[in-house]
Ligand binder design. Structure first.
Ligand code: PNS
Length: 162
């Protein structure tokens, strides 16, 4: 069985992430979307909220499951016996950061964790969780960026009426 892990902050999940999830789920037999519990960042949504949002957003994909992890991705992947990490590449600006993570994971795992990149579909190439949050904080329109139920949750966090 071909398994892969798609790690990320997903704070919150966007249509760009969902595009990668759908495409990775059609390539691999099982895809685990894993939310990083990063204690150094102050996220908009807690890890539990992000996991719940992702579960709802992927409920129609039977071979996708959602989890969270703390610490190193290579340890989390090893515990699960997964050897492929999936990441999305939006633009050339992502490349250096992503290459660094991929090479570091390959080195630290003694070659056991490889990374596969999917290029984000062009219509989502400009999207990021940060810009979605910034737009929503000013009560701007994020309907093209995230599913309606996610937009509602984001606006609520910023105290905007929905
Ligand atoms: O959505 P993001 O914030 O770009 O995702 C980054 C992520 C979660 C893939 C990366 O920060 C990560 O895997 N962090 C866990 C810690 C780790 O394994 N670091 C070593 C690789 S540099």
């Amino acid at each position: 069985m071909k398994e892969a892990i798609y790690p990320g902050s997903f704070d919150p999940v966007t249509y760009g992430h969902l595009d990668i999830i759908h495409r990775a789920a059609s390539i691999f037999d099982e895809l685990t979307v894993s939310v990083l519990n990063n204690v150094e960042k102050t996220p908009l949504f807690s890890v539990q909220e992000r996991v719940k949002i992702l579960e709802e957003a992927t409920k129609d994909l039977p071979n996708v499951k959602v989890e969270s992890f703390s610490g190193l991705l290579i340890d989390h992947a090893a515990e699960k016996g997964i050897h492929v990490s999936v990441r999305g590449l939006r633009a050339i600006t992502d490349f250096e950061y992503e290459l660094q993570i991929a090479q570091t994971n390959k080195l630290l795992s003694n070659g056991k964790l490889d990374t596969i990149f999917l290029t984000t579909s062009l219509e989502y190439a400009y999207l990021s969780s940060s810009s979605v949050k910034e737009i929503a904080s000013f009560n701007g329109d994020i309907s093209k960026c995230v599913p309606p139920f996610v937009a509602k949750l984001i606006y609520e966090k910023y105290g905007h009426r929905v």
